[in-house]
Design a protein around this ligand. Structure first.
Ligand code: 0RA
Length: 640
């Protein structure tokens, strides 16, 4: 189709740019999994949030449409449709070039957390179809693209002026490309969680969400006037607080910081960092600045109040953060990121500025709120006491370890010492464990049978956890130590197995055991999960033996009904009630043999949600757990 002449000159670079995005989507949106897919929505929403930050938009609507597309609508000024100096409608430039924005974007924090300014064109390049509707200058304008390429002709480089309107705003509807993404179904729970987070960070913004794919459509409005204070309130919901929520803010050298925190009566620490409204999963300089200031301030109070004597050692940082929930949200005009996923703030000036603001504001606050100060110091004292006990327990454990390592002799280790090749299977039940020991390739596969349920670490105290035989054996076998609240002895480079595979029956008990193990890993060795070492074996549910043709293993009911549809002749159906029913050869073929088995990699997409869910599923609060299991019952087996 002929393009408008004024567009022609740009055409080739535009196509190259879009092609680069389609060729390496991961570089632009992180991944092509559901996480990357949801990211498309956040890219568009974040542009609307920028328009909010510029003071021109107070409402964003997000719709997941029945046809699989997503719509994001805002009441901002509308993307400019006027002629850009490059001789083309500015809107076209925004959607087709990787570095639009800039000149048009007058927000001080335009670069935001990541890809702003390039977000719209990235989403466009990764969508089969994208439609923009702009209300601006008293008119409605429309434009459309297919896989990033414009399908409408411009007139003198401009969009046609549509019907009259007295409103302003931008509406973008896009359909993610199945050629790019593994799955194209947006995950409502993840999107909602992220939108809620955005609402907490922007107290004057209202975000409305509607999942129109459901038969019964329910809308949710996120409007959080209390801002990050409300976020803390939500995270600490149902917990016993030991002081009120505190809010600090300040600005130095154009860097703004807002900090909210509260202590609760629990041995845990939650400190979340945001820069320009984007969550920094790996923390960074802003978090370091705050933590360092908090440690110094609390130690200096403890000394001057005589709680710490001159001869006493200072509280450690972890002591001081015992029971702390904090959010550090900063605005930085030029954020830089490092780390594996580029989610760790790297600006050294942020550490200095946030440190100074925190020291000044914490001192001002604690000077006036002695009760809060005392509550915080007593949390630190309790942590210090437990830390000292644990140090003793650990030393005892480590010295005893040589003799008590796998004291009941259950672990059948592998021969190879090459960690990159080794695998350990944690198998439910002694009988399946026995078969697995026979079936395995002992060169590189270790088997550790566990009997019944393992300890729920979410409910148990630290010394109980460390005294538990199964847990001790796992810690010793993995070889990389563990981390928990008060100290980090975890060293993934010492891990003795590349794959840690949970092997449990495909029933409720099996799911429970998997969840208990995952809780243990998540709380004590989270890097095992984030670095992709934890897997779940997927034993088959059925074996079909046709009168003619090949035997086959089927892994779920959907596969069975599909088999019924596609196979005409007679067949014998064998149903496995558990791993214990399989003989060694079947077990090898279906769950151990790397060439034929099915493993699911366990990953964590949203740490805030994961932490909430672990708490919900494994903590002591029963009613919400029931609700969650009920709501997610159909997903549970597929989605652990
Ligand atoms: C640049 C300049 C102006 C608006 C926007 C960008 C804008 C972008 C998006 C993306 C989604 N919603 C948006 N709303 C606005 C305004 C320029 C002006 O009117 O002076």
């Amino acid at each position: 189709m002929p393009q408008d002449n004024s567009y022609g000159a740009e055409n080739i670079t535009v196509l190259e740019g879009l092609e680069a995005v389609r060729r390496r989507p991961g570089m632009y949106i992180g991944s092509v999994s559901t996480k990357g897919l949801n990211h498309l929505i956040y890219e568009i929403v974040d542009n609307s949030v920028d328009e909010h930050l510029a003071g021109h938009c107070d409402r964003i609507n997000v719709y997941l449409e029945k046809d699989g597309s997503a719509t994001i609508e805002d009441n901002g000024r509308g993307i400019p449709v006027e002629m850009h100096e490059k001789g083309i409608s500015a809107e076209r430039l925004v959607f087709t070039t990787l570095h639009a924005g800039g000149k048009f974007d007058d927000s001080a924090y335009k670069t935001s957390g990541g890809l702003h300014g390039v977000g719209s064109s990235v989403v466009n390049a990764l969508s089969t179809h994208l439609k923009v509707t702009i209300k601006r200058n008293g008119h409605v304008y429309e434009d459309e693209y297919e896989r990033g390429i414009p399908v409408r002709e411009l007139k003198n480089g401009l969009l046609e002026e549509g019907p009259k309107t007295n409103k302003t705003g931008t509406t973008i509807n896009f359909t993610p490309d199945g050629e790019i993404f593994e799955k194209t179904v947006f995950k409502a729970e993840d999107v909602k969680s992220r939108l809620h987070e955005t609402a907490y960070l922007n107290p004057n913004l209202t975000i409305y969400f509607e999942d129109r794919r459901k038969d019964e459509v329910v809308g949710i409005t996120y409007h959080e006037e209390e801002g990050i204070r409300g976020f803390i309130k939500d995270i600490n919901k149902g917990k016993e607080s030991v002081c009120d929520i505190t809010f600090l803010k300040g600005e130095i050298d154009g860097i703004e910081a807002e900090i909210a925190f509260q202590y609760i009566n629990e041995f845990q620490e939650v400190v979340l960092g945001f820069c320009n409204n984007i969550y920094n999963a790996e923390g960074g300089t802003h978090i370091t600045g705050f933590k360092t200031a908090l440690t110094t301030v609390i130690n200096s109070y403890a000394k001057s109040l005589g709680i710490l004597k001159d001869k006493d050692a200072n509280f450690t940082g972890a002591d001081v953060r015992n029971g702390l929930t904090a959010i550090v949200s900063i605005k930085h005009p030029d954020p830089r990121f490092e780390g594996q996923t580029k989610t760790k703030l790297d600006n050294q000036d942020a550490a200095k500025v946030i440190g100074k603001i925190s020291t000044d504001e914490l001192t001002r606050f604690f000077d006036r709120n002695l009760d809060s100060l005392k509550a915080v110091i007593s949390c630190a004292e309790r942590a210090a006491k437990i830390r000292k006990n644990e140090e003793k327990t650990k030393t005892n454990m480590l010295t005893k370890q040589k003799f008590s390592f796998d004291s009941n002799g259950k672990l059948a280790n592998c021969i190879s010492k090459d960690a990159s090749k080794c695998e350990i299977f944690i198998v439910e039940g002694d009988s399946a464990g026995g078969s697995a020991k026979m079936a395995r390739n002992r060169e590189f596969q270790a088997i550790f049978p566990i009997r019944g349920k393992i300890l729920n670490v979410e409910k148990a105290s630290m010394d109980k956890v460390l005294a538990n035989a199964e847990i001790k054996t796992m810690i010793n076998a993995f070889g990389c130590g563990f981390s928990e609240g008060y100290g980090n002895d975890f060293d993934i480079s010492k891990l003795r197995y590349d794959k840690i595979v949970i092997m449990a029956d495909a029933d409720v008990d099996g799911a429970h055991i998997s969840t208990l193990l995952l809780t243990f890993f998540y709380r004590f060795m989270p890097d095992l999960i984030s670095e992709g070492h934890v897997y779940i074996a997927m034993p088959p549910l059925y074996k079909v033996i046709p009168s003619r043709g090949k035997e086959e293993y089927l892994y779920d009911d959907a596969a069975l009904s599909n088999y019924r549809k596609t196979h005409k002749g007679q067949f014998t159906l064998q149903r496995y009630k558990g791993l214990g029913e399989m003989d060694a050869e079947q077990l090898w073929e279906t769950t151990l043999n790397p060439d034929t088995r099915l493993l699911k990699l366990v990953s964590i997409e949203d740490p805030i949600m994961a932490s909430d869910t672990t708490e919900l599923l494994m903590g002591s609060d029963v009613p919400p757990r029931k609700a969650f299991i009920h709501e997610n019952a159909t997903e549970a087996m597929l989605d652990i």
